[in-house]
Design a protein around this ligand. Structure first.
Ligand code: ASP
Length: 340
């Protein structure tokens, strides 16, 4: 039987058209372009349905409300398709991929995000390959995960980060091996793919909503007052992008006091490294241990994108601060590896 894939088209460069004010999404344009692609009518290709979101968004405008909308759309069509494709702008694709991985609980079918750096309507583009390959992947490779496919590489969605604003290999997952590589053959690294969940039996969409959550990238000479201001109400949680294995300027007493006071007030501060590769270890240096003593918790090897999406997700459930802290440091969907 011919396989079927569902395409949730949310916007992004892939379907944009040229206008006098630059590339912009246009309703119906991508579907019309796809109709003209002979490859998509080949017998080897799955049947597909496209659902175009309204409005089509440049992904810079995405919010947690859009993440939930995408998840609900997938859940609504879950039983009718073999796999799901989310066409999305590249700018915030890693955040959406991470958020979907948390929100789609009990996922047993592939959900693959892709987009492109050059729109499908241009003669030279990366959209065509990304689109065709992702349709084959979603149809015939039963990967029970939210993935991101780009530039011949299949990545775990909540491990991905955008590393190139111009190149076709725009995404990497520096702390987790690629789930697949596409060359002459499509080769899937099944050993690195999570087993299908045993619970819950059916797909459940957990809620996710906007919350007062922040991110702060440390830099030498950052005034402690900025950190203190940021940690004021209504902030509930902060992703602290710290140096190396999670270190910070702990000779600055005001800085450490600001963190401690906020942590004592129940604000969660999670430490993620500014480095692309490697894990936070707050016991490696005095400049890390002092943060841990002030109440900062380790984000281990999570990307800042995954940490932010996870915070939005956890704050949208009815969990206590202690539970959120525990779950933040636990591996929920393959987003984090704890050292032994
Ligand atoms: N600004 C675009 C977006 O994220 C970039 C892209 O799609 O590549 O929607």
């Amino acid at each position: 039987m011919q396989k079927r894939v569902y395409i949730a088209y949310t916007g992004g460069t892939i379907g944009m058209r040229r206008t006098t004010y630059g590339y912009a999404p246009a309703s119906g344009f991508l579907a019309a372009q796809m109709q003209l692609m002979p490859e998509l009518h080949n017998d080897l290709m799955p049947a597909y349905d496209i659902h175009e979101f309204d409005p089509l968004l440049d992904s810079s405008n995405m919010t947690p409300a859009d993440w939930l909308k995408i998840a609900q759309d997938i859940a609504h069509h879950y039983d009718d398709y073999d796999g799901f494709i989310v066409l999305h702008g590249t700018d915030t694709m890693a955040y959406t991929a991470a958020a979907l991985s948390f929100v789609l609980q009990g996922l047993r079918k592939p959900v693959i995000l892709t987009g492109s750096q050059i729109p499908l309507c241009e003669v030279r583009n990366d959209a065509r390959e990304n689109l065709i390959t992702v349709m084959l992947l979603a149809a015939s490779y039963p990967i029970p995960e939210v993935c991101l496919y780009f530039g011949s590489t299949l990545l775990r969605g909540n491990r991905a980060t955008k590393v190139d604003a111009m190149g076709f290999n725009a995404f990497a997952s520096p702390n987790y091996p690629p789930l697949g590589a596409v060359g002459i053959d499509i080769s899937i690294n099944w050993d690195d793919i999570q087993p299908a969940p045993t619970m819950p039996d059916t797909l459940e969409v957990k809620t996710i909503a906007p919350a007062p959550i922040g991110a702060l990238r440390l830099f030498p000479g950052m005034p402690a007052g900025i950190v203190r201001n940021m940690l004021q109400a209504p902030l509930k949680a902060l992703v602290l992008e710290a140096y190396g294995v999670g270190n910070g300027p702990t000779r600055d007493r005001d800085f450490v006091d600001a963190l401690r006071e906020a942590s004592d007030r129940g604000i969660i501060i999670i430490d993620c490294s500014q480095c692309l590769r490697g894990s936070v270890n707050l016991h490696g240096y005095a400049t890390g241990l002092a943060l841990a003593k002030a109440g900062v918790i380790s984000g281990f090897d999570m990307t800042a994108e995954a940490a932010l999406a996870k915070l939005f997700y956890l704050y949208s459930q009815t969990y206590s601060v202690d539970t959120i802290k525990r779950l933040l440091q636990s591996n929920l969907r393959g987003e984090l590896t704890r050292p032994d």
